[in-house]
Ligand binder design. Structure first.
Ligand SMILES: Cc1ncc(COP(=O)(O)O)c(C=O)c1O
Length: 383
C-alpha cells in the first residue's frame, strides 16, 4: 500500500486540515469499519464467538511486537502510556532507599506513575539539564549508587526535541541502571527497533501516532527487566491467553508464572471497541511500512521548517533531523501563540498551543499541500 493522500485512507475532515497528531491521531477508515463491525457484534451478541476474546489480544500483541522489533511475549497491552510505566513501577522489586531518576521538566505522564513509590520508601532523584536534554555523561553523573531505574520521554511533547535514547541507554546500562522510556511521541512517527536501543522498556499511547482510539496504549519490556518484575495483579483471561478458550468449564485457580509481559496487561484485553479498531490502524501502518511513514512525516516537517524559516518564525524544535521527530514548535514574533492558533483555526487549520508555543504535528494523513496551506495562512496573517 502506498501512503494515502489526505482524505483517501482517513477522514472526512470536514474540509479542515488536522495538524495535531501529537494530541490525537485521526482514526483511519479501516479502523472505523472495524469499530462498526464490533458494534454490530455487540448489538447481536450471537455474532460474538468466544474465540474472539483471546484472538484479539493475541493479534494486537503480535502487531505491536512487529512494530517495535520485539517478541509478542514482551508486549503489555494497556490503555495509555501511563499504564505500562505504572505496571513497571508497581512490579519492580524495590528496596527501601532505592531511587528512581526522573527529569524535573519531563512530561507529567512520565513522572506521575513513579510518585507513589515515595510512600514505599523509594526516593525520587530529580534531574535537571539545559533544555531538558541530558547527554550520556551528564545523565550518568546525575545518578546515584541506589538509582535502579531512570525514566525519560524520548520525544518531548512541548518542543519536539528527540533524545539520543540509544546512547543514553548504553551509558546507563554500563552502570546497571534500567532505562524506561516514554515513547508516545516517537513510536509511529519514527522507526523503532528495540534491538538497536539499549533500553529496558518503552511505553506509549496508542491514540496519537499509532492512530488508535483514545484509551489505547502498550509497553514493550526487555526479557532482562521482565525477569525481575513481580506482578501485583492477576487476570483470569491473561492466564488462559495461550490456550483454546473454554468458557463452559471451571478454570483451575492456579497462578502461572510464565505469562511474560501479558501478566501486566490492563484487564479487559478483549476491549473490542478500542482494540479492534486499533488493530486495523496498526495493520494499515505496518502495511505502509513504518520507515515509509517516518520518511513521509519527516518530509512534511522539513517542508514546514523551510516555510517557517522563510517567514522569519522563531523555531523552538531542533532542526537537525536526528534530534526531532514529527513535532514542530515555533513562535511568531510579536503575536501570541493563542492568537496564531485562533487565526489558523479560522482558516480551517487545526494546530495547538503548548507551553506558549504554536505546536504543529503532521502525520500520515497529511500532504505537502497541507503544509503549504498552513505556511500561506501564516504568511497572510503575518503581513
Ligand atoms: C509524552 C507523552 N506521554 C504521554 C501522553 C499521554 O499519556 P497517557 O497515554 O498515559 O494518557 C502524552 C500526551 O498526551 C504525551 O505527550
Amino acid at each position: 500500500m502506498s501512503l494515502p493522500d489526505g482524505e483517501g485512507a482517513f477522514g472526512p475532515f470536514d474540509g479542515r486540515i488536522w495538524l495535531n497528531t501529537a494530541h490525537q491521531g485521526p482514526l483511519p477508515r479501516v479502523a472505523v469499519a472495524a469499530l462498526e463491525r464490533c458494534v454490530r457484534e455487540k448489538q447481536s451478541p450471537q455474532r460474538l464467538v468466544d474465540e474472539r476474546f483471546l484472538e484479539l489480544p493475541r493479534r494486537l500483541r503480535s502487531r505491536l511486537a512487529r512494530l517495535v522489533g520485539g517478541q509478542p511475549d514482551e508486549v503489555v497491552l494497556g490503555n495509555s502510556a501511563s499504564w505500562g510505566l505504572q505496571a513497571i513501577a508497581n512490579a519492580f522489586p524495590w528496596r527501601a532507599g532505592d531511587e528512581i531518576a526522573l527529569l524535573a521538566s519531563d512530561y507529567p505522564a512520565t513522572q506521575f506513575p513513579w510518585l507513589l513509590l515515595e510512600r514505599r520508601g523509594v526516593q525520587i532523584r530529580w534531574l535537571e539539564f539545559p533544555d531538558a536534554t541530558p547527554d550520556p555523561v551528564g545523565l550518568v553523573s546525575g545518578l546515584g549508587p541506589r538509582t535502579r531505574i531512570v525514566c525519560l520521554t524520548w520525544v518531548d511533547s512541548y518542543t519536539g526535541r528527540r533524545l539520543d535514547i540509544a546512547s543514553l541507554g548504553a551509558a546507563c546500562r554500563g552502570r546497571g541502571v534500567h532505562v524506561v522510556v516514554n515513547a508516545t511521541q516517537a513510536v509511529g512517527a519514527i522507526p523503532v527497533d528495540v534491538k538497536a536501543l539499549d533500553v529496558d522498556a518503552l511505553s506509549a499511547s496508542g491514540f496519537k501516532w499509532l492512530c488508535g482510539p483514545y484509551a489505547t496504549g502498550f509497553a514493550w519490556i526487555s526479557p532482562r527487566l521482565l525477569e525481575v518484575l513481580q506482578p501485583i495483579q492477576s487476570y483470569w483471561l491473561a492466564q488462559q491467553d495461550d490456550a483454546v478458550i473454554d468458557l463452559s468449564s471451571r478454570v483451575e485457580a492456579r497462578l502461572r508464572d510464565d505469562l511474560g509481559a501479558r501478566g501486566l496487561d490492563v484487564f479487559g484485553t478483549a476491549n473490542f471497541f478500542n482494540f479492534d479498531p486499533w488493530l486495523a490502524s496498526l495493520d494499515m501502518l505496518l502495511q505502509m511500512g513504518p520507515v515509509a511513514v517516518a520518511e513521509h512525516d519527516s518530509n512534511l516537517v522539513s517542508r514546514l521548517l523551510q516555510g517557517l524559516r522563510r517567514l522569519g518564525a522563531i523555531v523552538v524544535t531542533p532542526v537537525d533531523p536526528d534530534v526531532r521527530a514529527g513535532i514542530v514548535a515555533f513562535d511568531v514574533p510579536g503575536i501570541a501563540a493563542e492568537d496564531v492558533v485562533r487565526n489558523l483555526a479560522d482558516a480551517g487549520i487545526d494546530v495547538c498551543v503548548r507551553l506558549g508555543h504554536v505546536r504543529v504535528s503532521p502525520h500520515v494523513h497529511n500532504t505537502l499541500g497541507d503544509i503549504d496551506t498552513l505556511v500561506s495562512a501564516l504568511g497572510r496573517r503575518w503581513s
